[in-house]
Design a protein around this ligand. Structure first.
Ligand code: EPS
Length: 405
């Protein structure tokens, strides 16, 4: 990111999570309720473990705000880990002598950070690694993303998401593009009353719930995919000047950085492989709209590394969580003996929650791209610059040309 910097800290069962977001303009009115709502949305979802019954994530601002508005200084915040009370001994921040140290975790879970992290940090206790690798660390990212969502709303941008596949069960299985089947007010319903899996196809959602029950009963886990949609972006965020200024490159990196994400597509994504150019590129519509509107949105709102005014559509593939109640084989870190991977209390499916983290990461990247394009010390400067860009994003119409000749 070029204008914003986000630093987060916190272990899953430590005292709490912390973040500092630097680079926001002064004068952004922050709704704490809105931030807490996103934190609560991240906690919601069928397939979550019991931990989510313990936590009640709420943001506490510690710097950067006065009378509800940003000052232009770094915004600092924290979120309590209520579960820390149950882990005070095992996650003590004080020195502990050998006798008081809990039994180390030594059987690495395949698919988790456990083994590579233990070797990298030269630790005999995998807990030193797994605590930070935990998906709990997405909490401050969602908090910062919620702030960015509010910044983007000032520029007329809306971000929402849905689960489009769990295992082999797809939303709207007969549609070529499930997005075209999602009800126009689905995002509103999702905000007010999210369904258990945040899937906009009720039949698919019922099948997904049954699949999670079956997977859970088998001591296994399951993944799938989610889609994040961004509407109302000005044309020209990001740039084609360099590989690392392209907005699609930043989006892919940020979404890939979410725990368990193994693939990211923008628009057709891997779908371009089997199609010809005429089936991939989006023609400009010469109809009544004064916008540079496209007949299709296969590019997912990005061309040449820049937003093109169509909705940005990002899809992510999420692998099944690595903790299995019927564990896979592992080899003990100390003894070299074969055993079964460590069992940590865990979720069976994380998709509906991962999608909220996806929204947050997309919001961070696009807020950064907005500030990079329109560089602003204050929100009123930013709003004025966005208005100017929108004013020059009007499509000339054939009759306009004829009239001026
Ligand atoms: C996680 C395991 C579970 C999840 C956790 C991520 O935690 P615990 O071991 O305490 O039951 O609930 O996610 C969160 C705590 C969260 O807030 O998302 C893991 O191993 O990554």
């Amino acid at each position: 990111m070029r204008r914003l910097r986000l630093l987060t800290a916190g272990e899953s069962h430590g005292p709490g999570m912390t973040g500092i977001l630097e680079g926001l303009p002064a004068g952004l009115r922050i709704s704490t309720r809105g931030v807490d709502r996103d934190l609560a949305r991240r906690q919601h979802g069928y397939g979550s473990g019991r931990r989510m019954l313990i936590e009640r994530d709420r943001v506490e601002w510690t710097a950067g705000l006065r009378f509800g508005r940003t000052l232009g200084s770094p915004l600092a915040f924290s979120i309590l880990n209520r579960d820390w009370q149950n882990w005070r001994d095992r996650m003590s921040v004080e020195a502990a002598d050998g006798a008081r140290r809990p039994k180390p975790v030594t059987l690495a879970r395949p698919g988790h950070a456990d083994l590579a992290g233990a070797i990298k940090y030269d630790t005999g206790d995998i807990r030193d690694v797994l605590e930070r690798a935990s998906a709990r660390s997405t909490t401050p990212r969602v908090c910062a993303g919620a702030v960015c969502r509010q910044l983007l709303a000032n520029a007329g941008v809306r971000i929402w998401s849905f689960v489009d596949q769990l295992g082999t069960i797809r939303a709207f299985p007969d549609a070529e593009d499930p997005l075209t089947e999602v009800a126009p007010d689905w995002w509103r319903q999702d905000l007010a009353r999210p369904t258990p899996l945040r899937c906009p196809d009720p039949d698919a959602e019922t099948a997904m719930q049954a699949e999670i029950d079956a997977v859970s009963a088998a001591g296994d886990s399951i993944g799938g995919s989610f889609v994040v949609v961004v509407e109302g972006l000005p044309i020209g965020l990001g740039s084609s000047a360099e590989w690392d200024t392209r907005v699609d490159s930043a989006l892919a990196g940020a979404v890939m950085g979410i725990q368990a994400v193994k693939g990211v597509e923008i628009g057709l994504g891997f779908g371009v492989v089997s199609k010809r150019g005429s089936q991939v590129h989006d023609e400009v519509d010469s109809g009544r709209s004064s916008r540079w509107e496209r007949r299709t949105n296969r590019a997912g709102g990005v061309e040449g590394g820049m937003t093109n005014g169509e909705p940005v559509v990002v899809r992510a593939a999420v692998k099944p969580v690595a903790t299995l109640r019927k564990p896979l084989d592992a080899v003990d870190l100390h003894t070299g003996q074969r055993g079964r991977a460590h069992i940590e209390r865990s979720d069976v499916a994380i998709l509906p929650r991962a999608a909220i983290v996806g929204e947050a990461m997309v919001a961070l990247v696009l807020a950064d791209a907005l500030l990079t394009s329109f560089g602003a010390d204050t929100m009123s400067d930013l709003r004025a610059a966005v208005r100017r860009r929108r004013a020059r994003s009007v499509r000339p119409r054939a009759t306009d040309g004829a009239a001026s000749e």
